[in-house]
Design a protein around this ligand. Structure first.
Ligand SMILES: [Zn+2]
Ligand SMILES: [Zn+2]
Length: 361
């Protein structure tokens, strides 16, 4: 018995030894490659994720007029079908280009935040989905699905949708082997705070900075948990919102996070085999001009840029005469029924509210 096993083992060893030379079937499998591209679509978001085993996910469709850039990127990546489309939230800078994309390429399924809008842009987007009969499911917090060799985890929105569409954004964590990325839509400080409170966040390699680098997101507390090596800001050159905010750039550079921006670097692609990863900006850095771990863009002084043109919402309670920034901890404790929303600082003051001593709006 023992002798026959030894003979069998010897026979297998001989087959193994000659097999590579005769059939080549014992060559190691090449790993699946994953590309995550934050596309240069101006002021908006569109993120294309593809794998070498033919999986495609598009997160958002940029503003109206972005479809050309998205369809080009799909062509360059030889994509003929989008497996999953994620519409993070119904703002025009995220779904504006989607009707044309949906007209041009089959989409198998859609994950939507569930937040709706009365805008014409939203109606266009929704009409296309209905006519084409594409299955739509809500992005449910805590759910996850396999995407080729990677896992897509849906971290947000929670069960109760916020009145602020940005805080309804579907937040995705993509994990492939050793690599991870957090893609945050336009989620603002309230969502960041809730995700932290619920213990949903962990350290990632790459962060798609929320809300185009607006100061209402990417809080210091959030960054201390997520602590990415690189941050990518999807933003249009010369936008009227003052994005990205100097405050956010300072928070990122203060933590030595390498920053890429679509307005300066063009489309920014992260390539990974699940082990190693690297960032490939469309516009190459000047040779020797910039060291690793520092921002590609010149980092402004860590002083908040006053942006009077930027729309800023303030919050208060029916039961007090104090108003706050959305991220202020006191806002979280205001019951939805008592929440008052002000379209500007002046609006709050005109209605007899005074600034909160904690957040100093
Ligand atoms: Zn938004
Ligand atoms: Zn946006």
């Amino acid at each position: 018995m023992r002798r026959s096993r030894i003979l069998l083992v010897a026979a297998i060893a001989i087959v193994l030894a000659i097999a590579p030379a005769t059939s080549g079937t014992f060559q190691p499998e090449p790993s699946v490659l994953l590309n995550l591209s934050v596309l240069n679509v101006g002021q908006g978001d569109a993120i294309l994720i593809t794998t070498s085993d033919d999986c495609t996910m598009l997160i958002d469709g940029g503003p109206q007029g972005a479809a050309g850039a998205i369809l080009n990127a799909l062509r360059e990546n030889n994509v003929s079908t989008i497996d999953v489309l994620v519409a993070t939230h119904p703002h025009a800078d995220h779904i504006g280009g989607l009707p044309e994309v949906l007209d041009q390429i089959p989409v198998l399924r859609i994950l939507d935040s569930g937040s709706v809008s009365t805008s014409k842009t939203y109606a266009n987007y929704f009409d296309r989905i209905r006519t084409k009969g594409i299955p739509v499911a809500p992005g449910t917090m805590g759910s996850s699905f396999a995407f080729g060799p990677a896992t897509v985890k849906i971290l947000w929105p929670g069960d109760l949708l916020s009145t602020n569409p940005n805080d309804c954004s579907i937040v995705v964590e993509l994990v492939y082997g050793e690599f991870s990325a957090l893609l945050t839509g336009d989620a603002e400080a309230d969502s960041e705070y809730e995700m932290m409170r619920l213990g949903l966040l962990s350290q990632v390699d790459a962060l798609k900075v929320a809300h185009h680098g607006s100061a209402s997101s990417t809080t210091a507390a959030f960054l201390s948990v997520v602590n990415p090596a690189v941050a990518i800001i999807s933003v249009g050159a010369g936008n009227t919102y003052g994005h990205p905010s100097g405050e956010v750039l300072a928070r990122l550079s203060g933590l030595n996070i390498e920053v890429y921006r679509t307005d300066l670097d063009g489309t920014v692609t992260v390539k990974t085999d699940g082990n190693d990863w690297r960032v490939q900006p469309e516009v190459l850095k000047p040779v020797g001009g910039i060291t690793t771990n520092s921002a590609v863009a010149p980092v402004p002084e860590p002083v908040p840029i006053p942006t009077p043109a930027a729309p800023q919402t303030y919050y208060g309670s029916k039961n007090s005469n104090v108003f706050h920034y959305g991220w202020c901890r006191y806002v979280a404790s205001i019951k939805a029924a008592n929440l008052r929303v002000f379209t500007s600082r002046q609006d709050a003051v005109n209605k007899g509210y005074r600034p909160c001593a904690a957040c100093k709006p």
